[in-house]
Design a protein around this ligand. Structure first.
Ligand SMILES: [Zn+2]
Length: 55
């Protein structure tokens, strides 16, 4: 049986430039307690922008 990791949860990432919320990643709540900030490619901006966790 597959072992479920209860510490991982899905979070929505929001583009800091256009505000689109198209990215979903799983994050480990135990290892990452602060807000996520990741460089992702935004389809609306058509470039890499900083995406931060939506709260
Ligand atoms: Zn964008």
């Amino acid at each position: 049986m597959a072992k479920k990791n209860l510490n991982r949860s899905l979070v929505t990432l929001k583009c800091s430039e256009c505000g689109s919320e198209s990215k979903r990643v799983s994050k480990n709540k135990k290892n990452t307690t602060e807000r996520l900030e990741l460089k992702k490619h935004c389809q609306t901006c058509r470039k890499h922008t900083v995406h931060s966790e939506k709260k």
